[in-house]
Design a binder for this molecule. Structure first.
Ligand code: 13P
Length: 340
């Protein structure tokens, strides 16, 4: 595929203040989410729930791409239309999670490396046939006593770059996701340092492997205090340090940065994205949220078909709030109508 087409897909996903819905929870993760609302995770309950999100009217005004899971890209809406087609017909680009998960990194206790490169070329070909136009691979970097090691950061950066090169060969835009976890008790300054090192090695490997940065999207964590840190930095500080870190380590050729929510609450993730956009940078700064787009919608649905419309209203609201945040135009008062 011409490089130009990849550039266009990447730009289209984040055009017009749009972002990404990460609906690519693995079977294990979606079971956890369903357990929390007392819903049994079956192929049909997963299909129904994902269908509810994808057929939400007007979501295409805020959502430019949806990341699907292997099972989901093979499923269809109630009327038999494959989900990838449902999305594409609304102008929403279908994507696919292609890594097979983070495993223990041999020799480095407490650290992970993401697997899934073996056989990836063939799988990418099939996913493209099924309608995917972009892909996602998530690397996990853990902060702790003397970790992350450079061995962990480099192993993950290398795998991300190999994955990205294979995606571009197959005509898919790679979303490169090096996630520094926010679950520890570290300060925001420590998050800055680890995120900086992670981005530095990730872009080094992408360039070494010949990846065309204009046909990629970056999905990073925000520079943020660890959840267990007694001192939680406010949104303005998160924005200032995130932009500073990215200006130093992310080339301007990258056509979009789509943050993950990583365990922030829905409103926090929106407020922080808004603050980040008020500072701004050379790239569109958008979202690729899983939990922060779905938490309230899941609760509103609660496994009951009768609640489907209410859940769609909640989801559409969350998506719109985040799109406003991409424009730096969100404010807390806008949350009132649905929260009430
Ligand atoms: P969260 O926004 O819930 O972190 O999920 C995004 C994602 O796709 C993580 O890989």
């Amino acid at each position: 595929m011409a490089a130009q087409e990849l550039h266009e897909i990447a730009r289209a996903i984040v055009a017009g203040h749009k972002g990404i819905l990460a609906a690519d929870e693995s079977s294990g993760t979606i079971k956890k989410r369903f357990d929390a609302i007392g819903v049994e995770s079956t192929e049909e309950s997963r299909r129904f729930y994902r269908g509810l999100l994808f057929t939400t009217s007007g979501m295409e005004e805020s959502i430019g791409g949806v990341i699907l899971y292997d099972e989901t890209i093979r499923q269809s809406a109630d009327d038999g239309t494959p989900f990838a087609e449902v999305l594409a017909s609304k102008g929403v680009v279908p994507g696919i999670k292609v890594d097979t998960g983070a495993q223990d990194l041999a020799g480095f206790p407490g650290e992970k490396v993401t697997e899934g490169l073996d056989g990836l070329r063939a799988r990418l070909g099939e996913y493209r046939e099924l309608g995917a136009r972009f892909a996602k691979w998530r690397a996990v970097i853990t902060i702790g006593d003397s970790i992350p090691t450079v061995a962990c950061i480099r192993a993950n950066a290398h795998a991300l770059a190999r994955y990205a090169a294979l995606c571009q060969e197959a005509g898919l835009v790679p979303i490169v996701e090096p996630e520094v976890l926010m679950d520890a008790d570290n300060t925001i300054e420590r998050c800055y340092d680890v995120t900086a090192r992670t981005l530095k090695w990730t872009f080094h490997e992408l360039v070494v492997q010949g990846v065309d940065l204009r046909g990629t999207l970056l999905k990073p964590n925000m520079v943020i205090s660890g959840k267990g840190c007694p001192e939680q930095a406010p949104a303005e500080r998160i924005a200032e340090l995130t932009i500073d870190c990215f200006l130093r380590h992310v080339p301007a050729a990258v056509p979009g940065i789509v943050f993950l929510s990583g365990g922030q609450s829905e409103v926090e993730a929106t407020e922080n994205l808004n603050a980040i956009n008020r500072v701004g940078g050379p790239w569109p700064l958008s979202f690729s949220y899983g939990r922060a787009l779905q938490a309230s919608a899941l609760k509103a649905w609660a496994g009951d078909k009768a609640n489907a419309e209410a859940a769609q209203t909640v989801f559409a609201h969350r998506a719109r709030m985040n799109s406003l945040a991409v424009g730096g135009e969100w404010s807390a008062e806008l949350e009132q109508p649905v929260a009430a």
